[in-house]
Write a protein that binds this ligand. Structure first.
Ligand SMILES: Cc1cc2nc3c(=O)[nH]c(=O)nc-3n(C[C@H](O)[C@H](O)[C@H](O)COP(=O)(O)O)c2cc1C
Ligand code: SF4
Ligand code: SF4
Ligand code: FES
Length: 595
């Protein structure tokens, strides 16, 4: 009889909620009952539904347990494994119907997802190469090396119309074809695993959950273009992904999938890890290559493109983690299989990291062409705490904000850019009625400003000026002319900056201006922040009818702006008030209002 398997989510999110302890306890109980020949427990990749983690799945039945605690391990073994009785209390309850959902595919979060890149996350142990092999692992590589020419691989990739998942959406097949055509004694292939966008954890999750899939894609790419060596550039802040990759590279070498004469052919290739120190600009490919060469991680102007002059001046292909993870599926199943989902201009699926004010924070893989509404409301479960949806920021810090009016657009590379946002690498941050869009633009701009390498003036100085104007507006010192100034300056920074960081950094400003200009006007003309976020624009007043004169507010006011006798209503001197909000937090009688 085949062994049953218990998979515990072993990704950063669930690990921080004690999933490793769950595994230890499971193993302990398995040992106690001497069930080792019947069941095996291991860590696996992210199931995506991180909001309900830690998650434990029992295979082959796929009994799917959520919000599991270490002390639940015993019941899972004693009930599910020993008696084949599902532990009902750990099964998902549909929030609308209040019914238990036993088949995870029917949970709202999963219903519309198509898991191709994430296909092995949840069903294999990422540190066990045998698990990967059992799920078609390295079959695409075998096919590529033993039955396809380099030209055929490039043709299949072009035919698939896969677009790079690192942000710009450049056709992967075309990039590979250009690299294939370059004549050079040495060529390189690099996996960009920098992933510096706040709110993004797609690439990290793929590497942690299924590192061999990325390695397999890289080796196929290396063979296609004729690369002698590959590198994974990964940020040192991703220790678990680094560990799993190292384990996987070592195991692949031992099995002969990396190293000399792979699959008995004359093709030899190996991969090395290169660690980044965690600078957003080092995700930009030319900066990444300079960083790999041991130089300052500063972008260089393009052309020349890495395809012509990359690592050490040699032709180099730089692709994103998710791009490589798509390759084995295309080679094994063909380009037409790949195009069965998605839109004509953006075939396939895309992995998104949902975060912000969304009920189901997590990782999703959806077919391109799905609407934003489906992602946010059906998969993501809508806005947290019943609040009203206001906007969604796609594409990371240099992406754009989309409003309620855009919810029905079909998500793909072209539709998002047509609306002033970008696909980016797949971060999706949801905002609700409590978010101020001017403050949001300022927040993202501050991030890019901090991360700018400072090499070119438009990005270094232009973004600083943009930030100062936003600062002025959010503190009540804005002028109407500032809106025009923001627009022209933002356009200038976009068109004159050297690299993609500067060229996209004004996107949050431009997109919020385009969709939420009324909020900017309210800040400037009415000196009011409609979402009540911008401290400098708030007015604190005491409602006399609620004030019982407890003096709590007066005690905490740092500038002694509050006066009044005990047991009598207090008042705030607006001239003195520095709008710190201490009184608002201190009052237990709802007497201090924020206007
Ligand atoms: C500021 C900046 C940061 C970037 N960060 C990343 C990143 O973390 N990961 C990534 O794959 N691409 C990133 N890119 C895009 C890369 O420059 C490059 O286009 C990409 O790695 C190419 O791979 P693809 O064709 O598979 O998308 C970044 C670009 C810019 C301008
Ligand atoms: S645009 Fe910004 S990050 Fe890019 S090179 Fe210029 S200063 Fe550096
Ligand atoms: S907001 Fe701060 S400064 Fe103003 S009255 Fe309240 S405690 Fe005093
Ligand atoms: S981290 Fe465990 S489900 Fe995502």
């Amino acid at each position: 009889m085949e062994k049953r398997k218990i998979f515990v989510c072993g990704e950063t999110g669930c690990l921080s909620s004690k999933s490793e302890e769950i595994l230890i306890n499971l193993k302990k109980v398995i040992g106690e009952y001497k069930l080792e020949d019947q069941v095996e427990a291991a860590l696996t990749g992210c199931f995506g539904f991180c909001e309900k983690g830690p998650i434990v799945a029992v295979l082959p039945e796929n009994n799917f347990y959520l919000e599991v605690k270490p002390e639940d391990a015993r019941e899972i073994i004693e009930s599910d494994i020993m008696k084949h009785q599902i532990v009902d209390r750990l099964i998902y309850t549909d929030p609308d119907t209040r019914q238990k959902v036993y088949n995870p595919g029917e949970i709202g979060f999963y219903r519309k997802q198509v898991r191709r890149v994430l296909k092995n996350c949840g069903i294999i142990d990422p540190e066990n190469i045998e698990d990967f092999i059992q799920n078609d692992g390295y079959e695409a590589l075998r096919k590529a090396l033993t039955s396809m020419t380099r030209e055929e691989i490039v043709r299949e990739m072009k035919e698939s119309r896969l677009r790079g998942r690192g942000g710009a959406g450049f056709p992967t097949g075309l990039k590979w074809e250009m690299a294939f055509n370059r004549i050079s004694d040495e060529k390189y292939i690099v996996c960009n695993a920098d992933e510096g966008d706040p709110g993004a954890f797609m690439d990290r999750s793929v590497l942690e959950g299924d590192p061999h899939l990325v390695i397999e894609g890289m080796v196929i790419g290396a063979y296609a273009i004729g690369a002698v060596k590959g590198f994974v550039y990964i940020r040192a802040e991703y220790p678990l992904a680094m560990h799993r990759l190292s384990v996987a590279i070592e195991a692949a070498r031992r099995k002969g999938f990396l190293g000399k004469n792979i699959f008995g052919t004359d093709f030899s290739f190996d991969i090395e890890l290169r660690l980044g120190a965690g600078a957003f600009v080092c995700g930009e490919e030319t900066a990444l290559l300079r960083s790999m060469e041991g130089k300052r991680g500063e972008p260089t102007s393009k052309p020349p493109y890495p395809i012509d002059s990359g690592y050490l001046g040699k032709p180099t292909v730089v692709n994103n983690v998710e791009t490589f993870a798509n390759v084995p599926g295309i080679i094994l199943n063909g380009a037409s299989w790949f195009k069965e989902v998605g839109t004509p201009g953006s075939p396939g699926t895309k992995v998104f990291a949902l975060s912000g004010k969304i009920a189901n924070v997590g990782l999703v893989e959806v077919p391109m062409g799905i609407t934003l509404r489906e992602i946010i409301f059906e998969i993501g479960g809508g806005v947290k705490n019943g609040k009203k949806f206001k906007a969604v920021q796609t594409g990371g810090p240099s992406g754009g904000c989309l409003s309620e009016a855009d919810l029905d657009i079909q998500v793909d590379f072209d539709n998002l850019s047509a609306k002033g946002a970008i696909m980016g690498s797949g971060g999706m941050v949801v905002m609700d009625e409590d978010d101020c869009m001017v403050a949001i633009a300022k927040f993202f701009l501050e991030f890019t400003l901090d991360e700018s390498c400072g090499k070119c003036t438009p990005c270094r100085v232009g973004n600083t000026r943009l930030f100062e104007i936003l600062q002025r507006i959010t503190t009540g010192n804005g002028k109407l002319e500032d809106i025009k100034l923001l627009k022209t300056l933002a356009e200038t920074v976009k068109t004159t900056s050297l690299c993609g960081l500067g060229q996209t950094s004004p996107n949050p400003v431009l997109s919020t201006l385009q969709k939420f200009e009324d909020e900017y006007i309210a800040h400037i003309v009415e000196k009011r922040c409609p979402a009540k976020v911008c401290q400098g624009l708030l007015v604190y007043r005491i409602d006399e009818s609620n004030c019982i004169g407890c003096t709590a507010c007066a005690k905490v006011c740092p500038v002694m702006a509050i006066t009044g006798f005990p047991k009598k209503p207090h008042t705030i001197n607006q001239e003195l008030c520095i709008k710190c909000g201490a009184c608002y937090s201190a009052c237990r009688f709802n007497a201090v209002n924020m206007e």
